[in-house]
Design a protein around this ligand. Structure first.
Ligand code: NDP
Ligand code: HSE
Length: 449
């Protein structure tokens, strides 16, 4: 049987998981694809670091450059992370014409355009299934499974660490900081955990999915992002009382298609370019919706295509084994590239939409949960509803737990559909009222229909 050699850079959580998975199922994979992927070397920073799965020292190297340059290494896997040396590692391998597999969403988000262009220039491929949603094959599904669909809506719980924290806060009333420590101990969190809890990891992933689904590179600075740091148990409890669960949701929605204006040489009308919402923020999801039941480190992605209708993907979003499963799938593709050449297969990323654009968050319309801390006295509601009324924002429902007159009490408002800009401006005014005792909390609501 044909054999291809793999040079791995990184033997930590994901790298050692890949090493282990290839030992476990490498022969099975070979019998399915007709090529054996053999690990030639694993480059690490230090031999004696503890690893979730053991890698024999004879297999390790501390010199990634010699691993990449080795003529006997045919495929390179970058499993290091970060946006600096990892970029050099990948570019070095691509320049040698070697297919590369990466799990590095931060790098793809920052430099994806450059890296895919380098892969094209050097006649090879860059695979990235493990960069989004751990073991869920969402990249391949969007690229291949939905190739005949226009994706109108995509909602994703794409960060395992945040979902783990929010789940345990809801189900156990657990404290944010201690749950984050558990997520780190289990290998879910990024080396820099603020990437997870401030929403940036989800921003990287949702940008990759948006680029793939809509055919133009969505830049991270165009993606509106809020993390989960400010979510309290009080918000979780009130949301639940109203029939909702708070999830950190990545949202990609086709807002509109601009008027068709171009005609091809043959006179056929080209479909107009997409304008999309791409954002990440804590969101109230109806308890009855399946995404509300996606708990702990699990991720889920709901995709609506104009031909297929609604689909749902569910699985572990982080951790050594789930992520290794995605890397193995890419290794199989890279091995098949080497066996057959890439001409007959779908390339990993093709930019086809030259005029696509991301809509600014202020223009995006949604519903809202607002928590205010107000003085319980006559006339308070009138002041608040006057500001909302002037901004043409309707109140859908309201909860105010009974308190002592003159004391501070929470006031929860559910607001009807309104543009983000209008709501933000109105809440700024409300926050300045003497009867409002702390900054208003606003969480967006998605009914997912
Ligand atoms: P780890 O920190 O566990 O592993 C990083 C590995 O890179 C270590 O083996 C380290 O060596 C090695 N390394 C660092 N610098 C160098 C260098 N200069 N030369 C050679 N090797 C080097 O990270 P993870 O495995 O968790 O993450 C790897 C990538 O996968 C990241 O991009 C991450 O975002 C992504 N990812 C992680 C997931 C997870 O659940 N953890 C899930 C999906 C994607 P040493 O062991 O000696 O320290
Ligand atoms: N830190 C990431 C998460 C790892 O928690 O989802 C998987 O990409």
């Amino acid at each position: 049987m044909q054999q291809v050699n793999l040079g791995m850079i990184g033997g930590g959580t994901v790298g050692s998981g890949v090493f282990h998975a290839l030992q476990l199922n490498g022969d099975l994979m070979a019998s399915r694809i007709g090529v054996k992927v053999n690990v030639r070397k694993v480059s690490v920073k230090a031999f004696d670091e503890p690893r979730p799965y053991e890698i024999p020292k004879s297999c390790m190297s501390m010199d990634w450059q010699s691993v990449v340059a080795d003529p006997q290494v045919h495929i390179v896997a970058e499993l290091v992370g970060g946006t600096t040396i990892a970029r050099t590692m990948i570019l070095t391998a691509l320049k040698l014409g070697k297919p590369v597999v990466t799990a590095n969403k931060a790098l793809l988000s920052a430099h994806g355009e450059e890296l895919f262009a380098a892969a094209r220039k050097h006649g090879t491929n860059l695979y990235y299934e493990a960069s989004v949603c751990g073991g869920i094959p969402i990249i391949k599904s969007l690229r291949e499974g939905f190739v005949g669909n226009r994706v109108t809506h995509l909602y994703g719980i794409v960060n395992g660490t945040c979902n783990y924290i929010l789940t345990r806060m809801k189900l156990e009333g657990a404290d944010f900081a201690s749950v984050l420590k558990d997520a780190q101990a289990q290998g879910y969190a990024e080396a820099e955990p603020s990437l997870d809890i401030d929403g940036y990891d989800a921003q990287h992933k949702i940008g990759i999915l948006a680029s793939l689904a809509h055919g133009f590179w969505v830049k991270p600075q165009d993606i509106y992002v809020e993390g989960i740091r400010s979510i309290t148990r009080t918000d979780i409890q009130f949301a639940n009382q109203l029939g909702y669960t708070i999830k950190l949701l990545g949202i990609i929605k086709l807002v509109e298609r601009r008027a068709a204006r171009s005609a091809g040489a043959t006179g056929t009308r080209r479909s107009p370019p997409a304008r999309i919402q791409v954002s990440v923020y804590p969101t109230l999801v109806p308890n009855a919706h399946v995404l509300a039941s996606v708990n702990h480190v699990f991720n889920a992605v709901f995709v609506r295509g104009d031909v297929v209708g609604d689909t749902l993907f569910y699985g572990r979003g982080a951790g050594k084994d789930a992520t290794a499963s995605a890397v193995l799938s890419d290794l199989a593709d890279a091995a098949l590239d080497l066996k057959f050449g890439t001409r007959h297969r779908l390339p990993p990323f093709v930019p086809y939409e030259r005029h696509g654009a991301v809509a600014p968050i202020n223009e995006v319309v949604s519903r809202y949960f607002v928590r205010l801390n107000v003085v319980d006295r006559p006339g308070v509601l009138a002041q608040i509803s006057a500001i909302l009324g002037q901004a043409r924002i309707g109140i859908a429902s309201m909860i105010q737990p009974e308190g002592d007159e003159g004391a501070s009490v929470p006031l929860i408002l559910m607001l009807h559909d309104a543009p983000n800009g209008a709501v933000t401006r109105a809440l700024k005014k409300i926050g300045k009222l003497a009867v409002v005792k702390s900054a208003p909390v606003m969480i967006r609501v998605e009914n997912l229909c």
